[in-house]
Ligand binder design. Structure first.
Ligand code: V47
Length: 365
C-alpha cells in the first residue's frame, strides 16, 4: 500500500503522517484531489489507530429539538421555518420533560438538544428546559445549544457570552454540540446563511466555552457549493482554535441533504465524498481526539466503512432525529445499541459505549 501511495505522489504526506508532522493546506488539497480512496484510508487509519487504537465509540443518547421556529432560515436547512408555517412547532417545558420521561427506562446518558433561533421565547424558557430535564433525570448529561443559539441566548439575557454560559451551566448544561459551524467562509455564509453569526463569532464562542472548561464539538457542512479551499480553511481555523484551547472533543463532517431545502437542485453526497471528508478531517485535524461518522447523515453502512477511513466514533442511538430527516434522510430515526455494537465488531474494531466526555461506560471486547 505504501508503494502505491508513493506512486500516487503522496509519499511526502505519508512521511509526515508517520513522523506526526502537521499537514499544510497544500497537503490537504492534494488529499482532497486524490481519487484513490484506499490510499486516503490507509493514511487516515495510521492517525486513527495512533490516537484511538481499535476503540470505536458510541453513546446511548436522545435528541430533542425543542422548536423548529427560526429567524435565520438558512438555505441549506429544511428544519427551520417561520412561526406561521403549518410545520412550525414549539415544545413547552412540560413537553421537553415528557420526552425524557418517556425514555426513563432506557440507559440514555445524554440528551442532545438544539432548536431554531426562535423570535420570542424568553431566556427563562431555556433555563427551565435545562432544569426540567435534570429534574426528570438528574444524572443525564445535557449537550445543548449550538454556538449560534448561545449568541442568541446571550442577546436575550443581555449578558456576555461567558456570563450566559455560566447561567446555563448552573441550570444543567454540560457541553455544546458542534452544529451551526456550516462553512466559515464569508462567501458561503453570505449565499447560504446570511443571518447566521459569522465563522469568527462561532469560533470565539467556542473559545469562551473552552476557557470555562466547557467542552464542545465542531462540524462542517459539506457537499453543497463550497470549494475544497473553503473546506480546508474551515479545518485550519478549527485546528488553530484547538491549538489555543484544546476544548473540542470531536469533529463531525455533516453530509448535505438537499431535499426540501432552498438548495434542492444540488445532488446528494456520494459514498466516496463522505469517506474522503472523514479521512481528510482525520489527517488534517491532528489535534482533535475524535472524528465522528454520523450514521444518520451518511447511513450506517458508510459509517461502518468510515471506521477504516479515520473515524473512531459512530455517534449514538439518537432517537427521533428531525433535522436531517426533514431534509430527506433515508436512514432510520434511531438505531439500537446492539446494532451499533454489531456494525463496529464486523468492522474489526472494539465497540466502546461512552459518555459525552468520552469516559468508558462499557467495552464490548
Ligand atoms: O447545525 C442543517 C446541519 C446541524 C442540513 O455535536 C444539515 O456531536 C445536512 O450539528 N443537511 C445539526 N446537515 C446537526 C449537528 C450534529 C449532529 C450530530 C452530532 C453533533 C455533535 C452535531 O445539521 C446544523 C447544520 O449544520 N444541517 N441542515 C441539511 N439539509
Amino acid at each position: 500500500m505504501e508503494k502505491i501511495i508513493r506512486e500516487r505522489g503522496l509519499g511526502n504526506i505519508l512521511d509526515k503522517v508517520k513522523a506526526e508532522e502537521r499537514l499544510s493546506l497544500d497537503d490537504g488539497k492534494r488529499l482532497y484531489e486524490c481519487d484513490d480512496i484506499l490510499s486516503l484510508g490507509y493514511l487516515a487509519n495510521i492517525v486513527r489507530n495512533r490516537k484511538n487504537g481499535d476503540n470505536t465509540y458510541f453513546i446511548y443518547n436522545q435528541h430533542i429539538n425543542y422548536s423548529n421556529i427560526c429567524t435565520n432560515l438558512c438555505k441549506f436547512c429544511a428544519f427551520g421555518c417561520e412561526k406561521d408555517s403549518d410545520l412550525a412547532y414549539e415544545m413547552s417545558v412540560e413537553d421537553v420533560k415528557q420526552k425524557v420521561r418517556e425514555r426513563l427506562s432506557e440507559p440514555i446518558s445524554e440528551v442532545h438538544m438544539v432548536g431554531g433561533i426562535h423570535p420570542d421565547l424568553p431566556f427563562e424558557y431555556y433555563i427551565e428546559i435545562l432544569k426540567g430535564i435534570k429534574e426528570v433525570k438528574p444524572e443525564i448529561h445535557i449537550q445543548a445549544f449550538t454556538c449560534v443559539e448561545i449568541a442568541h441566548l446571550a442577546g436575550l439575557a443581555g449578558k456576555s457570552v461567558a456570563a450566559t454560559l455560566e447561567l446555563l451551566r448552573a441550570a444543567g448544561l454540560g457541553s455544546l454540540p458542534g452544529g451551526g459551524a456550516e462553512v466559515f467562509s464569508t462567501r458561503i455564509r453570505e449565499i447560504t446563511c446570511e443571518k447566521k453569526i459569522s465563522g469568527n463569532e462561532w469560533l470565539e464562542i467556542s473559545k469562551i466555552a473552552h476557557r470555562q472548561g466547557l467542552n464542545t464539538n465542531a462540524t462542517m457542512l459539506y457537499g453543497h457549493i463550497e470549494t475544497i479551499e473553503e473546506r480546508l480553511e474551515h479545518l485550519a481555523a478549527l485546528r488553530e482554535t484547538q491549538d489555543e484551547t484544546n476544548g473540542f472533543l470531536a469533529f463531525i463532517p455533516l453530509a448535505f441533504h438537499p431535499q426540501n431545502t432552498k438548495m434542492s437542485h444540488i445532488s446528494k453526497t456520494t459514498g466516496i465524498s463522505d469517506l474522503k471528508n472523514i479521512a481528510v478531517a482525520r489527517l488534517f485535524l491532528d489535534n482533535f481526539p475524535h472524528i465522528k461518522a454520523y450514521w444518520v447523515m451518511i447511513g450506517p453502512k458508510i459509517a461502518q466503512l468510515a471506521l477504516s477511513f479515520g473515524a473512531d466514533d459512530m455517534d449514538g442511538t439518537v432517537k427521533e432525529e428531525v433535522i436531517t430527516h426533514m431534509a430527506g434522510a433515508e436512514t432510520e430515526q434511531a438505531i439500537g445499541s446492539k446494532t451499533l455494537v454489531r456494525l463496529i465488531k464486523e468492522a474489526g474494531r472494539i465497540p466502546v459505549e461512552r459518555d459525552t466526555l468520552y469516559n468508558n461506560i462499557e467495552v464490548f471486547s
